[in-house]
Ligand binder design. Structure first.
Ligand code: ADP
Ligand code: ZN
Ligand code: ZN
Length: 729
């Protein structure tokens, strides 16, 4: 479209990644503005910097504003268009976040930084024959690069990890004919030898039938099936059908669910390349997967939270596995929930979406009960596996060693005698949660947080799990000088130590964030651990992921810590965790056993869960939520603020509260209240809770009040954020 010279020149309304909820006008440095610019990235001056933004609209310049500055368009065709563009606009409205920050969150880093849309090939480098011959004569960086390539070609991502500034050396060597660059297929993994699907049991079959019957439009399903009931088989059949129809399938899994085992299973069963997207990948690979989706080349993607932003021009199905999992909620920046956003996208894309879980979130269960989601149940374990037996072990007055009872040690011994493996689960890493003086009662606290420091390294080091502060453990009590310092309680390190002492003949492997930083490290450790008799000790990280066929005993230590928490979601999280951990036992032919150690064997949560299972628990918990007007019977938003001085934090939240009250409506406002951890890393933290029975009320009040809140003088003195549908209060 050409703009007649008499009309006022149009401008771009650009969404920039700055914490200001508005768009900024720019004009193109060359050429005119057309509707096809919407959704393209532009590079524009912003104060002393240059920023990469996205054209969110075009229009006439504001007559009162100074003339728009010039910017450069970076894309020939829009990166964001159609459904994704509209869904991201929805997300910005829903989270009340600047659209520019939402776009930035939706893009992989290279696109955010203005790099061109990735080539969907990966590139590799190899030595030529001349290069092999010349290698011994090379020196310095070219030599180091040539050494890396001496045995095998490597792709560019790998080289970037191994050698800084490798590219200049590579170009120089290529210029001398010693090195060459070649295109690799995008690493979606080889399809592998196709495995045939098992014959589905009747429950699985009717779930698949229901999904296929609804494949032509938006239809939300809750696939509610006990661990090992064959939910993944149901997804796989629905995905097969989706790809056979020439459509794309997106599968979201929790952070720890995306294992090489999972990908292998998908590749073998689907017989097509399967792209993975997770935080362990390099930026280059993430950008290539994004581009492959946009171009429609990627047909099946299995990814963690941020994969919900992938463009899906040919979408046919979305699957959210372990839909209750906390890792789907982003806790900083744009605080979106990938499951909820996936539902919005499925609706806009007009495709079915399956939320699967053995322990569905109360929100999803409620939606199934009210008929908003079709409820598919799988009540039986598939194949040969039997449900595990659950035993409560009352440890009141029992002698404990590192928190473990004689019964627990006996159960482990029996398991090992049978040639099986045991898992001891404790959701606390480190050696001990507290260092206490037995003479005067002093305990080691973090100087910057309201929290005790965790004892690590067998008692030699103290570490704060909230701000990361570390210091050596004192030899004597800083208050009374006494030498009676004792590590109180037990974390995974101490449990590992006690088990290794008692069972010296078998391997004891600890899996937690301290022992296992990287995803592949976890896989390698579990692989080496193998299937021989042995003991695993671990945190949440072990609750799912890697399948352990020879694991027959799961012992849960420290249930009690979760029974008494102020967070209204704590019972739900505890029940889910217990069921998930228990589901690790007896996945194969041997029956499993679960041992729950507690000082509160009669606690209603445990009783309901043990006698009635997760659904009985969920019904009771939903009734309580309804009585207390908590989600899913109310809609919440949380405004958090922090500053060095508590008065400053409070002044802001009070002013925000006044602005929200002026906005009217039947919104309930609670606070300012102290944050769950009132002081963290030296900041005084408080929060304001907004609650409404209607979602509309909440959003209308926020829409009306937020411009005034952004403009508050108090807002400049604090760090503040808004979290719609918070998961941790
Ligand atoms: P979930 O995802 O519900 O935990 P999976 O789909 O992983 O369950 O199935 C658990 C195990 O049972 C897997 O080893 C799977 O191969 C097997 N399985 C699933 N469905 C069947 C079936 N219909 N017949 C035989 N084995 C099955
Ligand atoms: Zn003391
Ligand atoms: Zn701290």
């Amino acid at each position: 479209m050409t703009v007649p010279s008499t009309a006022p020149a149009l401008v771009w309304h650009v969404a920039l990644p700055v914490p200001v909820p508005r768009l900024f006008d720019y004009r193109p440095a060359d050429g005119g503005v057309t509707a096809a610019d919407v959704g393209c990235r532009v590079r524009v001056p912003f104060g002393p910097r240059e920023l990469v933004g996205v054209v969110a609209g075009i229009g006439s310049p504001d007559a009162d504003a100074p003339a728009a500055k010039a910017g450069h368009r970076l894309d020939d065709a829009p990166l964001f268009r159609g459904e994704l563009l509209e869904s991201l606009r929805w997300l910005a409205r829903y989270t009340h976040a600047p659209l520019g920050e939402v776009f930035a969150t939706a893009m992989p880093a290279p696109l955010r930084q203005g790099e061109p849309l990735a080539d969907t090939h990966a590139w590799g480098w190899r030595l030529t024959e001349a290069g092999q011959t010349a290698l011994p004569r090379l020196r310095g960086k070219p030599r180091r690069l040539a050494d890396l390539l001496a045995d095998a070609a490597r792709d560019e991502d790998a080289l970037a990890d191994l050698l800084d500034d490798w590219r200049a050396a590579a170009r120089a060597l290529a210029g001398r004919g010693l090195l060459e660059r070649f295109a690799l297929p995008l690493r979606a993994g080889e399809p592998g030898s196709v495995r045939s699907a098992p014959v589905l049991n009747p429950e699985q079959q009717s779930a698949v039938d229901a999904l296929l019957a609804a494949r032509d439009g938006f239809a939300p399903f809750l696939l509610d099936g006990v661990t090992g009931s064959g939910k993944t088989e149901v997804y796989l059949q629905a995905i097969s059908d989706c790809i056979a129809r020439g459509r794309q399938a997106l599968v979201l899994v929790p952070e720890i669910g995306l294992t090489p085992q999972t990908l292998k299973r998908f590749r073998e069963r689907l017989g097509v390349p399967v792209h993975a997207l997770h935080s362990g990948l390099g930026d280059g690979e993430r950008a290539r997967t994004w581009a492959a989706c946009l171009r429609g080349e990627a047909r099946v993607v299995v990814g963690t939270r941020s994969a919900v932003f992938l463009p899906l021009p040919d979408a046919g199905l979305i699957v959210i596995d372990e839909e209750h999992d906390g890792s789907f909620k982003q806790l900083d920046g744009i605080r979106y929930h990938a499951r909820d956003f996936a539902l919005v996208r499925a609706k806009a894309l007009d495709v079915p979406i399956v939320l699967g879980s053995a322990t569905p979130s109360l929100e999803s269960l409620r939606n199934a009960q009210t008929g908003r989601y079709a409820h598919l149940r799988l009540r039986l374990r598939a194949g040969v596996a039997q449900p595990p037996r659950v035993r409560v072990c009352d440890v009141r007055k029992r002698p404990l060693d590192a928190g473990m009872s004689p019964e627990l040690f006996e159960a482990i011994a029996a398991t090992l005698r049978n040639g099986s493996q045991a898992l001891v689960f404790k959701n606390r890493r480190g050696y001990a949660p507290v260092l206490l003086c037995h003479d005067c009662g002093w305990s080691a606290q973090c100087s910057r947080c309201d929290a005790p420091m965790t004892v690590h390294a067998g008692g030699r080091r103290l570490q704060c799990h909230h701000c990361g502060a570390r210091r050596p453990a004192p030899d004597a009590c800083p208050d009374c000088g006494g030498l009676a310092l004792q590590a109180q309680g037990a974390g995974t390190e101490r449990i590992e130590e006690a088990l290794a002492k008692r069972f010296p003949d078998v391997p004891v492997l600890r899996i937690d964030r301290g022992s296992t930083q990287r995803r592949d490290a976890l896989e390698n450790l579990l692989h080496d651990f193998g299937e021989a008799p042995g003991i695993l000790v671990g945190t949440q990280m072990l609750a799912k992921g890697h399948d352990l066929p020879n694991l027959t005993l799961v012992a849960v230590v420290g249930v009690d810590e979760g029974l008494f928490s102020a967070d209204f979601r704590a019972p739900e999280k505890l029940a889910q965790l217990l069921i998930q951990v228990a589901g690790r036992a007896g996945r194969a032919a041997r029956a499993g056993e679960v041992l729950l150690q507690t000082h509160h064997p009669q606690h209603p949560l445990l009783e309901t869960l043990l006698n009635g299972g997760y659904h009985a628990f969920a019904d009771a918990e939903l009734a309580q939520r309804e009585a207390a007007a908590f989600p899913p019977f109310a809609h919440l938003a949380l405004m958090r603020a922090e500053a060095k001085q508590l008065e400053v934090t409070h002044a802001f939240l009070q002013a925000a509260k006044a602005a929200l009250r002026d906005a009217g409506g039947s919104l309930e406002l609670h606070g300012p209240l102290p944050a769950p951890m009132p002081r963290r890393a030296g900041y005084q933290r408080a929060q304001l809770l907004l609650s409404a029975t209607e979602r509309r009320t909440l959003h209308a009040a926020l829409d009306a009040a937020l411009p005034a809140i952004h403009a508050l003088p108090e807002a400049r003195k604090v760090r503040w954020s808004l979290d719609v549908d918070p998961v941790d209060l």
